[in-house]
Design a protein around this ligand. Structure first.
Ligand code: FAD
Ligand code: THG
Length: 811
């Protein structure tokens, strides 16, 4: 919470959909009772997406955060009622497979469910038919049954939460249209409506797909695209005659055809994502009184639904005699990555977003925002939802449109964790891009950057390499060439494009004091040193891990992770300390391997010997004609340097290194080798292996904390922390032929005890390395990692797995 907020701040929430109502409930439950919810439509069904949502809640999601949000929605709404009716109807969920690929995907989803604590099981066609007698059992190959999923009664849940919040003092004002946001000195001060102005210390936009409209009033980007999605109800089905319950069968997903189905007593409701994207301009949505039905409901376009109907009748033969009785094109939000937009704007303090949230995730997302506002941070890691996460190049209207539409198209597709977006590509390229293409780079994408995962030019090196055969899934976006590149790095030397590594420059007379206060390690060392350090929050949770190079008394270069790092530093920076992201204008090559010194030394005017240029040292020097900042460190665990220069000189730098490397057998190597090497060495990747839910001690990063250096953010919490109850644990898969990819459940004595964070085949180890969150376990403990329903044996290992003496780096 910002220090300028009073003890009982005045909060205005814009929008009384499921998100706004849930938020009012969560805030008032935490004692922030001065809450006013402003809603342009009539209550309790004001005409937004919530007003007509069929309310299917499937909790299982590749994102642990979204699954936790959904689990809380189920838990909360199950305990809520209005008019004697529960706000959640636990009919269960059933996802169907009609193809082998989908069936395999359901097994993988069952793995996510187990990892995140959702009860579910993959069942045979006979059980699917038993659960859903209307199915043509011959069409399905199996299903994923989750008994705890079901139907949220969204409008009822709005009413129940409104009543609770009102009882604690909140006001809900219908037919108040917000037209402006008032501000002074970078903070919100009030909200203007057509019926007067409401002073506020905090304003939350929970305006659903109107988010961009409210965002514009506040001068805050809200990167979401409203899209229409078709939903129909059939007439009564004779097969369901006599039904009295609203629904009694599990909610169904038929993802192979982009459809879902629920019962409405003796009828079925069918939702379709099978049609073309139907974008809606949020600035031209009619007001409630002008809308034919309601603002979020557009006229049904039957031609878009025709193929979906045929597909549904194929699966549910009873539909052959039925027809669509009513349908509409309902509007809701899609973001470029399909995740919600949560958090406070830095440019306009006190202005929060709680947008692009499904009913499924509404209670959980609202709780997270309420915790964030009242406690300063959500209990759960929400970095995937953080509104700061998009790069500048990912905020253009064109990008939001392209990616939003693609999210709609792919909503039910089987998506590989490495699958890059189709469009817009290429967006960001490093200065070495032309050379990478010449070398046959296999590009994937991250943060808008084209990132080589391996280079086909290295294919000859993979010949004769003995590698275990991979299953089709783990073979996707992978090549044996990556293993050859990893080996070349360990045996000779390789060039890695590190340009996408985020770089921040921190300057000014107070820069050292500021960074000392913000991070855990001691940075008060002489210019020319690099320090590995952590950004913590007040509770001791890891917000990021950084390298900080002191290049001059008052000038630091930081190697960072997400955009949130810059945001966090900027929020805390005192006057006179400047924080600037320099990533775009600069580039970086990592030169790593036992021959790295032989490669670099002849090109440099300075002494690159171990004595003259030690480990974790930095200096400004030259590589041939190119001025560089050289830092001696290596995320892959080999001797070598990160060489930074301006983007304009990047190609020259690459070519110079490449030419010099020829006689040493240097290769260009990609992300795939990089990831494998860093896991062998035990280097954590923030956002995957650890987040702000974890302390440095749990994550095995206690060595980067200097409690005796003076106060820093998070220190007090660390001093109070007891012995870790869980640890980031290194596992080695027992069978050299087994590989896993990440997020798989790990079981101990037959019970799920944790989950894999990241994993890769380690060439030097000849096994797959997997890091996992587990209770503290002794090295040698036997566990199992579940992969597509198979229990793969694995063993807890001592860290680091590779080169524990550091003999390869400190030489
Ligand atoms: P909304 O419900 O749209 O609420 C936003 C409110 O803000 C509106 O009431 C609006 O009037 C108000 N507002 C906007 N601008 C202003 C202003 N300037 N001043 C005052 N008030 C303003 N999700 C699921 O989880 N499961 C499903 O099965 C499901 N099915 C769906 C089916 C259809 C056909 C559609 C369209 C959506 C479906 N969704 C489903 C998505 C879900 O409905 C939405 O994601 C969710 O309801 C969004 O809730 P919200 O509170 O953010 O937005
Ligand atoms: N390079 C640079 N900055 C970075 C990364 C990088 N910042 C973000 C991320 N990657 C940080 N991650 C690590 C992880 C481990 C190490 C460096 C960056 C590392 N650790 C050594 C170890 O643990 O043995 C040394 C630690 C120490 O001596 O304190 O090298 O890739 N520029």
């Amino acid at each position: 919470m910002s220090s300028t907020s009073p003890a009982r701040p005045r909060v205005v929430v814009i929008g009384a959909g499921i998100v706004g109502c849930s938020l009012a409930d969560e805030l008032t439950a935490r004692g922030w009772t001065d809450v006013t919810v402003l809603e342009q439509g009539p209550l309790p069904a004001p005409g937004g997406s919530t007003s007509h949502a069929p309310g299917l809640v499937f909790r299982t999601n590749p994102s642990r955060t979204l699954t936790a949000f959904a689990a809380y929605t189920v838990e909360k709404f199950s305990a809520l009622e209005a008019d004697g009716q529960s706000c959640f109807h636990p009919v269960g969920g059933l996802e169907l497979a009609t193809t082998e690929e989908r069936l395999a995907d359901l097994r993988r989803r069952a793995g996510y469910a187990a990892s995140w604590g959702v009860d579910g099981e993959v069942v045979p066609p006979s059980r699917c038919k038993e659960l859903w007698p209307l199915l043509d059992g011959t069409k399905v190959l199996g299903g994923f049954h989750t008994p705890g999923d079901g139907l949220a009664r969204a409008v009822l849940a709005c009413r129940a939460q409104t009543a609770r919040a009102q009882a604690r003092g909140a006001r809900f004002l219908e037919r108040h249209t917000v037209t402006g946001i008032e501000r002074a000195r970078g903070r919100v001060t009030g909200v203007v409506t057509d019926r007067g102005t409401f002073p506020a210390d905090h304003v939350v936009s929970a305006a659903g797909f109107w988010g961009p409209v409210v965002g514009r009033m506040a001068g805050v980007d809200v990167p979401l695209l409203p899209l229409a999605h078709q939903y129909v109800r059939t007439g009564p089905l004779p097969e369901l005659a006599g039904a009295t319950a609203e629904a009694s069968r599990p909610i169904l997903r038929f993802q192979d055809r982009d459809l879902y189905v629920r019962e409405h007593t003796d009828r079925l409701g069918i939702g379709s994502y099978a049609h073309r994207p139907l974008p809606v301009d949020p600035f031209t949505v009619p007001a409630y009184d002008e809308a034919p039905v309601m603002p979020s409901s557009y006229p049904f376009t039957p031609e878009d639904f025709a193929p979906a109907w045929k597909d549904c009748a194929w699966l549910l033969p009873a539909l052959a005699k039925a027809r669509v009785r009513e349908g509409f094109n309902g509007v809701f939000s899609f973001t470029p990555d399909g995740m919600p937009l949560l958090g406070e704007s830095r440019a306009l303090r006190g202005f929060w977003l709680a947008e692009a949230v499904w009913v499924t995730h509404a209670a959980g997302a609202a709780r997270a925002v309420a915790e964030w506002m009242t406690d300063g941070r959500p209990a759960l890691d929400v970095h995937e939802c953080d509104l700061t996460r998009f790069e500048d190049a990912q905020r253009s209207p064109a990008y939001v449109r392209d990616r939003g539409a693609q999210q709609f198209i792919e909503v039910y597709d089987v998506i590989h964790p490495l699958q890059p977006p189709e469009r817009p590509r290429p967006l960001r390229v490093s200065p070495f891009h032309a050379r990478q293409r010449e070398l046959g780079a296999y590009f994937l994408e991250g943060g808008g950057w084209e990132r080589p995962h391996w280079y086909e030019a290295n294919a000859p090196l993979a010949e004769g390499l003995e590698l275990p055969r991979r299953d089709a899934w783990s073979a996707r976006h992978w090549s044996p060439v990556a293993a050859a590149e990893a080996r070349a790095t360990r045996e000779r030397v390789a060039l890695y494009d590190m340009t996408p590594l985020r770089r921040l420059e921190v300057t000014g007379p107070g820069a050292l004091a500021f960074l000392q206060r913000m991070t855990t390690n001691d940075l008060a060392r002489k210019p020319g040193t690099v320090t590995y350090t952590l950004l913590l929050d007040e509770t001791g949770g890891i917000r990021s891990d950084l390298t900080v190079a002191r290049l001059a008394e008052d000038r630091f270069q930081i190697g960072a992770n997400s955009r949130a790092d810059e945001d966090w530093l900027l929020r805390h920076a005192p006057d006179g300390v400047h924080v600037r992201d320099i990533t775009s204008g600069t580039c970086c090559v990592g030169v790593w391997g036992p021959l790295a010194r032989e490669l670099v030394q002849p090109l440099a005017p300075d002494d690159f010997s171990h004595r003259a240029f030690g480990y974790f040292r930095a200096r400004e020097t030259y590589i041939g004609h190119v001025p560089v900042t050289a830092m001696r460190l290596s995320y892959v665990g080999e001797l070598g340097w990160e060489l930074y220069t301006g983007a304009d000189l990047g190609l020259r730098l690459w070519d110079t290194l490449w030419e010099a490397g020829r006689k040493l057998g240097a290769v260009a190597a990609g992300r795939s080798a990089f990831n494998s090497l860093r896991l062998e060495k035990g280097y954590r990747a923030w956002g995957h292996d650890m987040t702000d839910e974890h302390t440095p001690y749990e994550a095995g990063l206690g060595f980067a904390v200097r409690l005796d250096k003076g106060d820093f953010v998070g220190r007090e919490a660390l001093c109070r922390a007891g012995a870790p109850r869980r640890r980031l644990t290194a596992l080695l898969l027992d069978d050299p032929a087994d590989v896993v990819l990440g997020k798989e459940p790990v079981s101990l004595d037959g019970t799920t005890a944790g989950y894999v964070t990241s994993a890769a085949y380690g060439c030097a180890l000849g096994r797959c390395v997997a890091y996992a969150w587990l209770p503290p376990l002794a090295a040698g403990t036997a566990v199992h990692v579940e992969y597509f329903g198979r229990a793969l044996p694995a063993t807890v290992a001592d860290e680091p797995l590779f080169d524990p003496e550091m003999s390869r780096i400190r030489c």
